[in-house]
Design a protein around this ligand. Structure first.
Ligand SMILES: NC(=O)c1ccc[n+]([C@@H]2O[C@H](COP(=O)([O-])OP(=O)(O)OC[C@H]3O[C@@H](n4cnc5c(N)ncnc54)[C@H](OP(=O)(O)O)[C@@H]3O)[C@@H](O)[C@H]2O)c1
Length: 281
């Protein structure tokens, strides 16, 4: 049995540590539903929460955690700067606004939400400055391809992001991006780890679920964990919130891992892409 547990953390290249499992809150914009999901997540053992300025629910997290008994240093909170707020002054103002809504003095991880050409490096400079001021523990990026790192980012900065949060699931694992990031010491965090449930009806996953006595979602999430990715599944349903962290009493064999690998179709489940002219992200 693998030694991975719900408390497993991964080390970031700045010396901080990040819980390998977290709870994503995209689309939880109804205050009561969001609070119920956060309550179920905290009770189930999640300590890491992933939001963004663009998700319109930072205040809901702020209210929920302010009203809970959990200590701030037991939580790992990620939020993200949206592309319209990229720029030295704008990014600073955006983080200040996020901290106010979250009712927190700092965030554990602050990400540039999507890459764009013109303003992104100014935003990155702002992140570096605000980390030095203690408003951010770790800084990172999201939705970066290998080309974005190689042909753009590292031509302009020698500060290596701690994390690249990318779409990753059986239909589109993006192993090439993960492998490049490993070489640079950047942790890969899988968003939409369940492919927004689009993959869960596949015959391969149903057979693995039968073999392991687990659900298709649990098989997929365990497959991520065994490849070292951080995962942030989202669910509005308390039973699924619990199901998605009950991943530590079984392991997939190499043959079972290969069945999940075989579902790759390089198929995105995200329909939206910013495009500021460069044609890749
Ligand atoms: N950086 C970025 O650009 C970016 C982009 C997208 C997402 N994210 C982050 O990643 C998080 C997760 O991604 P996501 O929300 O796109 O997709 P996801 O976690 O892959 O899938 C969520 C969907 O799967 C369903 N689901 C969850 N658990 C299930 C289970 N055990 N069995 C069956 N269905 C289940 C949910 O429905 P119910 O809610 O009805 O259970 C929801 O429709 C987001 O919340 C956000 O924090 C980041």
């Amino acid at each position: 049995m693998s030694a991975i547990t719900a408390q497993t953390t991964v080390e970031l290249n700045d010396g901080n540590r990040m819980p390998q499992i977290g709870f994503g809150v995209y689309q939880l914009t109804d205050a009561a539903e969001c609070a119920a999901a956060l309550g179920a997540a905290l009770d189930a053992g999640y300590t890491h929460f992933d939001t963004a300025a663009a998700y319109d629910n930072e205040s809901m997290l702020g209210d929920f955690f302010a009203g809970s008994t959990v200590a701030r240093d037991e939580l790992f909170i990620t939020t993200k700067c949206w592309i319209s707020e990229f720029g030295k002054a704008q990014t600073r103002a955006s983080l200040e606004q996020s901290l106010k809504k979250l009712q927190m003095e700092y965030v554990d991880l602050y990400l540039l939400h999507w890459p764009v050409d013109e303003t992104m490096m100014d935003a990155w400079e702002a992140l570096i400055a605000m980390q030095a001021e203690g408003k951010i523990k770790s800084i990172g990026v999201s939705n970066f391809s290998v080309a974005r790192f190689e042909d753009f980012f590292f031509k302009q900065s020698d500060v290596i992001p701690t994390v690249n949060q990318i779409e990753s699931h059986p239909l589109r694992p993006q192993a090439d991006v993960q492998s490049y990031c490993e070489g640079k010491g950047i942790v890969t965090e899988a968003y939409s780890p369940l492919a927004r449930a689009d993959v869960l009806g596949s015959e391969g996953l149903k057979s693995l679920a039968e073999e392991t006595g687990k659900s298709p979602a649990q098989v997929v999430l365990r497959w991520h964990l065994q490849q070292g990715r951080v995962i942030i599944p989202k669910s509005a349903k308390p039973a699924r919130v619990r199901e998605n962290i009950a991943l530590y009493d079984f392991a997939l064999s190499d043959a079972q891992m290969a069945v999940v690998d075989g579902l790759n179709q390089d198929q995105t489940v995200i329909s939206w892409r910013p495009n500021d002219g460069i044609g890749w992200y």
